[in-house]
Design a protein around this ligand. Structure first.
Ligand code: UAG
Ligand code: ATP
Length: 547
């Protein structure tokens, strides 16, 4: 998580210039609660007392560490006009010195998005709202939204972007704190984009966002599904539950159309998501993309058995990226080129292209933009970012098993002669079950495994390293000759570079674009790209001096 965002201008400070005052009585009606004894107009909504603006409705919600009602006095001092809370919050408010009108709703989190949509006027139905694309899935959300953003710009649109790395609203780029911001920020940002004349916006939707109602009140024009593999089981408990949370995006209240990637014969989730989307939205509102021609046609997805709409052919390497042709079963086709390494970026590019088509662009127009602007050669910070060539040195954001496996495959030296050296760790206080799995994947797909720290948060870093390393040491059929445990991370990166020869590959995985490492509540500046660049420069200097 990039804490630089918390220091200055960030999503929380961005509001539309012209909110639409909403009476508390109307807000109460939207929550299904009884009308308040006192009413007042609210001009915004916030669920954090630290970010609240005068005139806001303070949504005091229960959290993992505290109840928002505990911060109601701060909210009042910051200028809150009223409080929306639950029964527990109401009890806490009785003991607090707060003199504000209060609405008590059974599940207030569910209404925050709807109230925000009303007070900010974020999604009017008069045709002035930007075309809105959403991407969900375990991996590839950021990359795909960068691709859709780049495609839309090449088509001459004024674009906006909301995601893990940054938020773009017109000329302004600000760093992000979450993949999907909380509902009040989502709606404020969408309204701001409309005010600024943005005509098309791309947005990442995480499973946390769907679980915590962060995109309630938003209806997307097109929603895309990348894939579903193990992650976030600390929140969802099981893959089945994780799937059902993601599936909420592919329902009529939330999206007009859907585009679903079908991976390969082992991918049950893509096929299930496509069947779910067709049942919910209607078959003519869902496009599927088969990464391999034979996949979707063969799959029995139950009563909704369906062939893929788009297939991928003529896949070839082009520089570090790929070229391929997307063919629709009605005969339309597009030639597409990408500039990022990894087979998975072919999937991300194909998804982005079909999502843009699904938003109403025609094939000829998009083909011209692809040919003239080469928009999919755009860099995505910290995603398969090439830092050096001898050795091949790559920084990537892979922080779950499937991403790590695919990133390792993407850095495999082409002639099979060089070694693969990987440096990675696991995040503290998040899905522990993936730690040994990632260790085992590293040991099977790399020659040297260096386990180090990611963001330990409040967890003991040595313990996390040990859980990852244990998985690596126990891996059956391991390719790795060595499993090293080294910290801090900068030391691990230097060790990897020191042992790499010119034909080897070094992959530093897990933190991508991030510039701050959080250890026991303290933020330490750390940028893998800078560390790797410096280590490569020093190694080169050392070699020159040795000659
Ligand atoms: C697990 C999770 O999602 N936690 C979110 C949750 O925090 P919490 O339940 O711990 O909140 P809390 O500290 O107990 O506080 C309770 C309430 O009091 C409020 N409060 C608290 C302190 C204060 O001084 N004043 C105040 O008003 C808080 O805003 C909150 O509403 O509620 C907070 C505000 O509503 C969120 O900011 C916070 O996200 C934290 C920062 C987070 O790291 N979330 C991650 C896990 C996340 O959402 N990640 C996803 C996916 C990433 C991926 O795909 O890899 C994302 O979309 O980013
Ligand atoms: N389509 C894909 N399939 C599998 N792995 C992918 C795919 N796209 C990217 N990855 C891997 O996942 C990592 C994260 O990619 P990206 O940031 O685009 O995904 P994300 O879903 O936004 O992740 P997060 O929500 O954690 O930010 C990449 O660095 C890469 O290793």
């Amino acid at each position: 998580m990039d804490a630089t965002a918390q220091q200055g201008h960030d999503a929380q400070t961005m509001r539309p210039a012209r909110p639409r005052p909403l009476s508390l009585t109307e807000a109460a009606r939207l929550t299904g609660a009884a009308a308040p004894a006192r009413t007042v107009d609210v001009t915004g909504i916030s669920l954090d007392s630290r970010q609240l603006r005068p005139g806001d409705l303070y949504a005091a919600l229960p959290g993992a560490r505290a109840h928002g009602a505990q911060f109601a006095e701060q909210a009042e001092r910051a200028g809150a006009a009223a409080v929306l809370t639950d029964a527990e919050g109401a009890g806490l408010l009785e003991r607090a010195r707060v003199d504000l009108p209060v609405v008590v709703a059974p599940d207030p989190r569910r209404s925050v998005g709807t109230i925000a949509a009303r007070v900010y006027g974020s999604r009017p139905e008069d045709g002035t709202a930007p075309v809105l694309l959403a991407v969900t899935g375990t991996n590839g959300k950021t990359t795909t939204t960068y691709f859709t953003n780049s495609l839309l710009r090449a088509l001459g649109r004024t674009t906006g972007l909301i995601g893990t790395i940054e938020i773009l609203a017109g000329e302004q780029a600000i760093p992000s704190r979450l993949t999907t911001p909380e509902a009040p920020h989502v709606h404020a940002l969408l309204a701001l984009m409309r005010e600024r004349g943005i005509t098309a916006a791309s947005m990442e939707v995480s499973s946390h966002a769907l679980e915590f109602h962060r995109v309630d009140g938003v209806r997307f024009d097109v929603a895309g599904f990348t894939n579903l593999t193990q992650d976030h089981l600390d929140l969802h408990g099981s893959m089945e539950e994780y799937f059902s949370v993601k599936a909420r995006l592919f329902t009529p209240g939330r999206t007009g159309r859907a585009v679903v990637v079908l991976q390969d014969e082992d991918d049950v989730w893509g096929a299930r998501m496509a069947a779910h989307a067709r049942a919910q939205l209607g078959a003519d509102r869902v496009d599927t993309i088969a990464l391999r021609g034979d996949v979707a046609e063969d799959r029995d997805t139950g009563p909704d058995r369906h062939g893929a709409d788009w297939t991928l052919t003529a896949l070839t390497r082009r520089g570090i990226g790929h070229s391929f042709t997307l063919v629709h079963r009605d005969g339309r086709s597009l030639r597409v080129s990408t500039g990022l390494p990894g087979d998975f970026n072919v999937a991300n590019a194909a998804l982005a292209v079909v999502m843009v088509l699904a938003s109403g662009v025609d094939v000829g127009q998009l083909q011209r933009a692809l040919d003239e602007e080469d928009p999919l050669t755009t860099d995505v910070p910290g995603r398969m970012q090439l830092i050096g060539t001898e050795p091949t040195a790559v920084v990537d954001f892979a922080h779950n098993p499937d991403a790590l496996r695919r990133a390792l495959a993407a850095v495999e030296p082409p002639d099979g002669q060089g070694r693969v050296i990987v440096v990675f760790g696991a995040t503290g206080e998040r899905d522990r079950t993936k730690r040994p799995v990632m260790g085992a994947i590293a040991a099977r797909h790399a020659d040297v495994v260096i386990v180090t720290d990611d963001d330990p948060h409040d967890e003991e870093p040595a313990g996390i390293r040990e859980e990852v390393a244990a998985g690596a040491r126990a891996a059956a059929g391991a390719r790795a000759q060595e499993v090293l445990v080294l910290a801090p991370r900068a030391v691990a990166i230097r060790a990897a570079v020191a042992m790499a020869g010119p034909g080897d590959s070094v992959l530093v995985a897990g933190r991508g674009h991030e510039t701050v490492q959080e250890i026991r509540g303290v933020d330490h500046p750390l940028d893998d790209r800078e560390e790797l660049r410096a280590a490569l420069a020093d190694a080169q200097q050392g070699r020159r001096e040795d000659r």
